[in-house]
Each structure stands twice: as structure tokens, then as C-alpha cells.
Design a protein. Sequence first.
Length: 417
Amino acid sequence: MKKKILVITLLAAAITGTFFALRALLPNLKDAGVLSSPENVRVDGHSLVWYSVENADGYEVEIDGEIRSVSRAKINLKYADNGKTVRVRAVGRGYAPSEFTEAFSLAFSEATLRGNIVTYGLSQLDISRKEFIYTGEPVSVEPEDFSAYDYEFLYWYIYDNGIKYPQDKPFVSWESVLLLAEVRPIEYPVTFVLPEGFPFAGGLPETYNVETLSDLLSLTSRAGGYRIVGWSTTENGENEVSAASLTLGPLTLYPRISLINAGFTFSPCEGGLALESYCGGDECLYVPAFYNGEKVVKVSGGAIRGENAPNVEYVEFYGDIFLDEGAVSACPKLTRVVFNGNAAASESAIYVAGDLSGNDALTIVIYGAPPSETAFIAGYFGFPPEKPVVLYVSEEYFEAVGNAYSFCEVKRLPEEE
């Protein structure tokens, strides 16, 4: 028990000794006074100045809520401080801080704003910021973070007479100066998720940046009567992306696919779907092999008519197809029809509205089996057509077609086709 009392007594003595030692070294905070507020706060050129406060070790300058600390009764302001609200208070060891001065709005004179200025610019985006060149202080060339703009900062340079002069160290200038940022775009990975059958010549990029984004989103391809009309970040295609809406970063893109020709109308028929009509101003028509998951097997009579398709010059069928009588009729500009699969047709399935002078031959290209109906092409006065016809078939059918199709010129498919 006596030991415990002794320990407590010694501890109390130590605490008391420490208290008086600190009191001897530092003023008694409880009894300390409050510093006076700075007076005559004013803008002088690009500086804020005021009268010194007795016993103050420094000052806190609050500019639009940002506190900047200085040890003297003056602070160099920033060019961007123009128009901001400012107030000042004094601080000191052993004293309570003063009250803040009454806030007021900073306003530089026109002469100050036109004085010696350093402009830091990013020419790629036509953005810049200005800073004052303070007397006796070198111009800063500290790196700047442009990652928010998707660029990596490399260095500042002065551009003079077509030559770049890199500035890697602070320098003194007695006049205004323009520093431009040398940057390079940040590369981000991109992954494309594509269905089969949409080729891209030369392949697709593995990365992109802010400068190649527009080209990236403009990439397109077509196949089987369909084309890529845009890109989405979701597989269902609902979240369409654009250069304006996209935040750059690692990216996975899904194609938004649509028919090449918007004017097609399909209806159910035996075995799948029939192309019932086309209405529009396209010069080239691409009839798909499938539509909404169903096979397109037929072109109904009158589906592609000159009155509804006045500009059509080219028609291509991607799947095996049957053409009803008058399926393609009276298209005044028609010069070429291509069948990528097997072709079957009724008599006068393709009705040619050609001139009687024999010009503008109609070319028919068949990669599969040709129609057994040899009169599937008719002219203004019936069969054979007045308009010259050139028919291309594979080697497999060349001899038989040459004997049966006496009304037209029959040729072998070129190897490149």
C-alpha cells in the first residue's frame, strides 16, 4: 500500500513539474489575447497587401474558400483570382487568431491583366490558362496533368518561326510568353465482339485514343444484306456510343446491325419469308438470306418495281431464292443482278424495261444453280427481251446453260468473282 502511495506521489510531482516547465517556455494560452485584424487590405498590381499586425507570425488569406498561408503582409495573387472573394486574418503563436477582415471581390486593373503574362496552352483542344510573371521570379515549367483530357504531358515548349524550343528549366522573362504543351494521347484497349461474316479489311485496332475515337466509332462493314450502323457498349445494342457521350477508358464494343436497305417489307410464306415490296431511292438493293431469324425464300411479283424503285441499278440476293413472275419489273436503270445462291424463277420473273436501241446490257451473275425456266427474263414485247443480256454462270453449268439460253450471251464466272 505504501508503495502505491509513493508511486502516485512521484507521478503527480512529475506532471506538476512538466506543467510549470512548459508554462515557463510558452505563454499561458488561457490568458493570451486576440490578434487585431489586418487593416487597409487592398490590391496592388497583382498582389494583395495590408498593414502588418503586431505579434502576428503570419496570415491566412481565404480566396473563395481556399486558405493560403503567408508569413508577411503580402501575397502574390493568381491570374484566375480575378473576381473571386477574399478576406484575411492574422495568426500567431500564443495568440488567438484575429477575426477575418470584411470580404470583398478581387478586381485587377486592365493594365495588370495586360501586363507580363505567361500563357500555358494545349493547342490540341484550344484551351489555356494564364499566370502573372512575378518580378524577380522565374517562369514555372512544372508538368501539368492533362489526363482529364486524355493526354499525357511531355514538356512545355516555345514555338518560334516554325521551331519548337523545349523549356525544361524555369526561366526569367521580361515580357509575356506563350508556353505550349507537348503531349501524346493516352492509349486505351478496345475489344470488338462481332458476329461471324462481318470482315474488316486489315483487321480491327486493339487500342484507341482521343484523336482516333471518331474514326473508331465510324468503322463499318456489310455482309449478307446487313451493315454495321453504329456501336454499343451492351450486347443488346441499346447503349449506343458516340464521341460526345463516351468517357474514354478500356472499351468493349458491340455492333449495331441493320438492313442495308430500309425500304423492304417482308411477309410469311411457305418455307419462310417473302420479300413483298421495296420503296425507296436506293441505287443498290441487297436482299438478305435471313430476316429476324427466318429464311427469306421468295420475291413476290411486283416486289421491286420501277415506280417504287426508280433509281435501282443493282440487285443482289444472298440466299437461295425463288422469283415470282414480275418480281423485278420495269426498273429503267437496272444493269446488274447477282444471285449468291441457287436461283429459281417463274417465266418473266425479271421484266426488263430497256430501250429498243440495244444499249445498256443487263448483266446476270449466278453463283449457284441457274433457273430451269429459260424465259425468266422478258422484255417490253415479251420474250426474248429487246435489251441485251449477259449471263455469268459457274463452269459446272456453263455448257448446259449455253445450249438452253440461246437468247443471251453466256460466260463463265471470272475467277476473281
